[in-house]
Design a protein around this ligand. Structure first.
Ligand code: PEP
Ligand code: MG
Length: 886
């Protein structure tokens, strides 16, 4: 088994085996770039080690062989007392996990080779002893679990003795003494001397890097970023180069384009006379990369040349780490760099212009989550506003409001019409009402899967979590951050995309991308590079997608917006939303009817109102299909709640008023009470139980279509029956509906389809039978998930999903993204058996999943005809449907 690869043996496509860092070091080596020589120990070796607790047989010999080759190439032996080779031992997993795992530098130094190193560095003893003390510190901490503070205290002590706070004021003698102290700390905690044998140092460091895969912070990070737990890390053993050998040395990072905006140019930072760790630790201020031109023009030109080559080679934005050792440039790392959503679109467009990628590839370089981010309103930031804290962007958006610290206060102030930001250490289910009332949520603890984050995302509410710079005092109703005290009622602004927190009211501006979708910005003439790129990529997605995209809309205004956003029909018009407001009273009359005549009166009063609604929507959609769902929710949802009615009756009685109507309502509400209303009298069951209700709706839909036809407007109504579980239910409704349609249509040119939702598991499992009676299917994946998992969709997400996420039972709420294995299986079965029974059966999905990127890919793979989602999600679904198809 081959566990070790020389850099020259790997390439960038071997990330699974060599990790991202190792694969890219190999790639750069083979491109002829100056990479310090080295080799990579594979993730396979790590996995074997983690499974058994010991390094796999053969690894030690393979390391010896590759080390010997490295020594030959460098002309130095590891830890040679006179002229030592030193190596770094660096972690590197398939996916970047910045700072989560371990690295040990300067391996190969010991009491004797430290002298050789000083000689190598031109007699620079200070440098040699400083390198040695860094090795003991890093090795002690990461390999042998020596508490890091003890080393730090000893270093502080040494500086105090010198009367300084700057490391650079310690001379060689100070550092030699510090090495002595460090060695004592080491042996006190480990019960052994600091290992002098270079190969032993190397082997222990390799094991420590393997072990760091399971360090707690790495585990937490993986969970948050949904990185599988079983990948393991590779280990890179690289010849050391030093950026801290004087003014002609240094270290830096570079980006081939601006990762924030995508603009081309020279972006990066440089720090002279320093090592990479110093940059990260922020010990001294870096200078902009352009300054390097003045400091070391030759290295600068060389670096720019490599950057251009890397970009052409990777055909993408790269980020780079480099070191200059006495005027010689070394490339230490590269990878395809992370970028903002805006930069992703802009760069994808640029790369097409530059002929580096085609449009199919450009489409894959962006995604729906990024597009969704670009559609949120943004803060209009000028230098006046500096963030006071940065947490995790847990749920995107830009929220401004008055600070409150309790759920109750949030509800109170919101009821007065005040926008509020709920600030908590962390939220729990008791905070739910406050979260609903707030414009945004800010917590000082918790990550992307904390309660606050999960619930906020579910509600589409802006949330910043884990802003740990905030010192929150709930009883005193205030928090302290960056020297400011913020008390209840003070205004703050939070950015759920970047995680930044601002004091005061930051102005909010609408998204330029939404203005483009609204038709307010012309992509042909705008000089907004982002809009041009979005337009170009969206056009390509539209030209290639197989899934149609419809929208869920209940009003003409929503329908109109969705059409502007590219919807190709309505996939779900929920008619119950037309029964609210003033019409509630008519519904009450229907429910309270004492005899058929009263009931027919109430229905007759509703009919023209419904018809007018449909005419408006059909007009707006102008010939595109409109799926109208017959009424779905339990009817008592249209009546006041029991407690409120009971109070009303009591108060009216007290005043001696006539309470006949209230009493009748109260009796009805009592009669209609259900323990599990979502599993009770709703959907098709209403149609079977309440005479005339569905008939009225079918009549209103058909009459509206006929009226439109008369006015020269084409319409394609599709009547959809909800909550069907058995074909007999659908057949009963259908027989009556067909009779009414035939009667209303008469001789006019109107075609009305009748189909069903598939949202009860039994319907999915008997889809072959149901398809005999249905002209189309539409998956109601909300109810299908609710009934398939047995999770109450209205309760569980805030109540306990955080725990399920924490345990990894699922990586994302199944109400947000389709559970492909379980609920998705029901979808597959129903689609297959439905089409087998009725070839060409039209099938779509209208649950929330229709606008979720991963779910769109799933529905594409099942071969559905369309997805339907809320208007704002329509562009996201178009983009993802395109990505699924190319
Ligand atoms: C569904 O259940 O997925 C659906 C679209 O219907 P509703 O959300 O109205 O229950
Ligand atoms: Mg439903």
């Amino acid at each position: 088994h081959k566990y070790v690869y020389d850099f020259a043996e790997g390439n960038k496509d071997l990330k699974d085996l060599l990790g991202g860092k190792g694969a890219n070091l190999a790639e750069m080596t083979n491109l002829g770039l100056p990479v310090p020589p080295g080799f990579t120990i594979t993730t396979e070796a790590c996995k074997a080690y983690l499974a058994t607790g010991s390094v796999p047989a053969g690894l030690a010999d393979q390391i010896a062989t590759h080390l010997a080759a490295l020594e030959r190439e460098m002309g130095r032996r590891l830890g040679d007392p006179d002229d030592p080779l030193l190596v770094s031992v660096r972690s590197g997993a398939k996916f970047s996990m910045p700072g989560m795992m371990e690295t040990v530098l300067n391996v190969g130094l010991n009491d004797r080779s430290v002298v050789g190193l000083a000689a190598q560095a031109g007699g620079n003893e200070r440098f040699a002893w400083d390198s040695y003390r860094r090795l003991i510190q890093m090795f002690g901490k990461t390999v042998c679990d020596v508490p890091g503070e003890e080393f730090e205290h000893a270093l502080d002590e040494a500086k105090r003795a010198r009367g300084t706070t700057d490391d650079l004021d310690l001379d060689a003698a100070d550092l030699r003494e510090l090495v002595g102290t460090y060695k004592k700390i080491f042996s006190k905690h480990t019960g052994r001397e600091f290992p002098q044998e270079p190969r032993e140092q190397l082997d222990l460091a390799v094991r420590a890097v393997f072990d760091s895969w399971n360090a707690e912070r790495a585990v937490v990070y993986r969970r948050q970023e949904r990185i599988p737990a079983d990948l393991g890390t590779a280990v890179n053993v690289v010849a050391m180069v030093f950026g801290n050998l004087g003014a002609d040395s240094g270290t830096g990072v570079a980006f081939t384009r601006d990762p924030a905006s995508g603009v081309q140019g020279i972006y990066g930072d440089y720090l002279a006379n320093a090592q990479g760790e110093d940059v990260v630790a922020g010990i001294r201020n870096t200078v902009p990369l352009q300054e390097l031109e003045r400091i070391d023009k030759e290295s600068y030109d060389e670096l720019l040349d490599y950057m251009a080559r890397l970009e052409r080679h990777y055909r993408d934005l790269c980020d780079i780490e480099f070191t200059i050792e006495r005027g010689k440039l070394w490339m230490l790392q590269t990878r395809v760099g992370k970028r903002t959503a805006a930069a992703a679109f802009v760069i994808a467009g640029q790369l097409v212009d530059e002929g580096l990628v085609d449009l199919d590839e450009a489409l894959h370089r962006v995604n729906g989550a990024q597009l969704a981010q670009l559609m949120f309103p943004r803060f209009q930031l000028d230098h006046e506003f500096q963030p006071v804290a940065t947490g995790i962007g847990a749920s995107p958006g830009a929220a401004v409001g008055k600070v409150v610290f309790t759920s109750a206060r949030a509800v109170e102030l919101a009821a007065e019409g005040e926008p509020v930001i709920l600030v908590r250490r962390e939220t729990n289910p008791d905070d739910l009402n406050g979260m609903i009332a707030a414009k945004g949520i800010l917590t000082s603890r918790g990550g992307k899967t904390s309660h606050a984050a999960v619930v906020a995302r579910g509600m589409g509410k802006t949330c910043v979590s884990g802003a740990d710079e905030l010192d929150i005092d709930v009883p005193k109703r205030r928090f302290v951050v960056a020297g400011h005290t913020v008390t209840e009622g003070d205004v703050i602004s939070i950015d759920g995309t970047t995680g930044k927190v601002y004091l005061g009211e930051v102005p909010v501006m609408p998204s330029e991308v939404v203005r483009y979708f609204e038709g307010e910005v012309d992509p042909a003439t705008t000089n907004d590079a982002l809009v041009r790129a979005v337009h170009r990529i969206m056009s390509h997605a539209d030209a290639n997608r197989r899934l149609a995209v419809r929208t869920n809309a209940d009003t003409a205004a929503d329908a109109a917006r969705a059409r502007r956003f590219g919807a190709e029909g309505i996939g779900l018009c929920r008619t119950e939303h037309m029964f609210l407001g003033d019409r509630r009273e008519l519904v009450e009359r229907l429910i309270l009817a004492r005899d058929p005549a009263e009931r027919d009166d109430a229905l007759a009063a509703l009919l023209p109102l419904q018809r007018a609604d449909f005419v408006e929507i059909f007009r707006e959609m102008d010939g595109l299909p409109v799926t109208v769902r017959l009424i779905d929710p339990p009817l008592h949802e249209f009546l006041p709640p029991l407690e409120q009615l009971a109070v009303n009756v009591a108060v009216a009685q007290e005043r001696g008023e006539d309470v006949a109507k209230e009493e009748a309502l109260l009796a009805a509400v009592r009669r209609m009470h259900e323990e599990n209303p979502m599993l009770g009298l709703r959907g098709v069951r209403l149609g079977l139980v309440i005479p005339g209700l569905f008939a009225m709706q079918v009549r209103a839909i058909t009459e509206a279509a006929v009226e439109c036809a008369r006015q020269g407007v084409r319409s394609c109504p599709e009547i959809m029956v909800p909550l069907v579980g058995a074909v007999q239910e659908l057949e009963t409704v259908r027989t009556e509906a067909e009779r009414i349609i035939a009667e209303v249509v008469g001789g006019s040119d109107v075609d009305v389809l009748i189909g069903t939702m598939i949202e009860v598991p039994r319907a999915a499992l008997t889809a072959g039978q149901i398809a005999e009676a249905a002209e189309f299917f539409s998956f109601g994946t909300n109810d299908l998930t609710q009934m398939g998992w047995g999770f109450s969709r209205d309760d569980v997400e805030g109540a306990f999903f955080w725990r399920y996420l924490e345990l990894g039972i699922f990586g994302i709420s199944p109400f947000e993204s389709i559970d492909a294995d379980g609920i998705g299986r029901l979808v597959r079965i129903a689609a297959e058996e439905g089409r087998a029974a009725r070839p060409g059966l039209k099938i779509g999905v209208c649950g929330e999943h229709g606008g979720d990127p991963d779910s769109v890919h799933f529905f594409h793979s099942v071969g559905l005809d369309y997805v339907s989602c809320s208007p704002f999600r329509v562009p996201v679904a178009r983009l993802e449907a395109g990505r699924a198809a190319v």
